[in-house]
Design a protein around this ligand. Structure first.
Ligand code: BDR
Ligand code: CA
Length: 317
């Protein structure tokens, strides 16, 4: 069965790499990209996703605008640290031609609801930014809980956060939305920092994208070198950049890449731990767990899959 994927992205360098992973995967069809705010403004996420899809030869994949700010906020401003990590354009200052396409007329929430009705079990929804669009879709169509399979990048269960000791960036953008999602009962696999900080890309890898000399290969390499350089400052000693968002796509396509722990999750909403992903004590004794948290990953196999799939995309004619 070919999986149908919708990626909900705050595009962002690793979000762009998630697009590349999906497009390089013969077992999956990318039916749409939806836009979140986070690494960049929602409008810039649309712009970046369109441009990345175009340069990777997927100019028929539509991009749908999403909600521009958190469910509990009036607006959104990009944080300085996001600009430091992803560059002012969100794509590591790499040269990329702007798309001549526009955003799709259907918004992210309607697209998700329609696609889940159309594709049923074939659909996997992969949010790699805040969960604002998904929480809004669950609110608009409560039946979605029964139909949807979600593999998300966000959270941290067995390690510290990356925004503060408790919270990971995507969850901390909209903790209320994330809590709504986890408590709704929808099936979620959480690909958090527990595993994404184990899947590291280095300059050795990006060099291989440059070899064919294609615009797509040069773009991926320039963009990701910027990200690796940022990591040298924010996480010295790690030895590369975390492939957060591509790992979520990898697991959506092949769940055997990770070992996951069944749990009913919640997000702390009050006090200093706001944004922390943790077990919901009120559902501790429920036999059915609606979430799985990835706690181990086959690093070697994932990196090999990531490289072979992305290299196949940038080969050129
Ligand atoms: C997550 O935060 C964003 O900056 C990245 O794109 C990734 O989705 C990592 O915490
Ligand atoms: Ca992201």
């Amino acid at each position: 069965m070919t999986k149908k994927l919708i990626l909900d992205l705050d595009t962002g360098i690793d979000d762009a790499l998630a697009i590349a992973y999906a497009l390089g995967s013969p077992e999956a069809e990318l039916v749409g990209v939806t836009a979140a705010y986070g690494n960049v403004l929602m409008e810039d996420s649309v712009r970046n996703s369109l441009a990345v899809l175009d340069i990777l030869g997927a100019d028929s994949v539509p991009v749908h605008p999403g909600l521009p700010h958190a469910s509990t906020a009036e607006d959104f401003a990009v944080q300085e640290i996001s600009t430091f990590i992803h560059g002012r354009n969100g794509l590591g200052e790499a040269d990329i031609a702007p798309s001549t396409r526009s955003a799709a007329a259907t918004d992210a929430v309607d697209l998700l609801i329609e696609a889940s009705r159309q594709y049923g079990e074939e659909l996997v929804y992969v949010p790699t930014g805040p969960l604002t669009n998904l929480a809004a879709a669950l609110d608009q169509d409560p039946g979605l809980v029964e139909r949807l399979d979600v593999v998300l990048m966000g959270g941290a269960l067995s390690v510290s956060g990356n925004v503060n000791p408790w919270a990971e960036a995507n969850i901390s953008q909209d903790p209320d939305a994330a809590d709504t999602v986890f408590r709704s009962g929808v099936s979620t696999t959480m690909i958090g920092l527990d595993v994404t900080l184990q899947t590291l890309l280095t300059y050795e890898h990006t060099r291989r994208w440059r070899e064919p000399g294609t615009p797509a290969g040069t773009f991926l390499a320039d963009m990701t070198d910027y990200y690796i350089r940022a990591y040298e400052t924010t996480a010295p000693g790690l030895g590369g950049c975390g492939l957060h968002d591509p790992l979520a796509v990898g697991v959506a396509i092949d769940p055997s890449l990770v070992t996951a722990f069944p749990i009913n999750l919640q997000v702390d909403l009050d006090g200093p731990t706001r944004g922390r992903t943790i077990g919901d004590v009120t559902r501790l004794n429920e036999p059915w767990k609606n979430s799985r948290v990835a706690l181990a990953v086959d690093v070697e196999r994932f990196l090999a899959e990531f490289m072979s799939r992305t290299i196949s995309l940038v080969q050129g004619p």
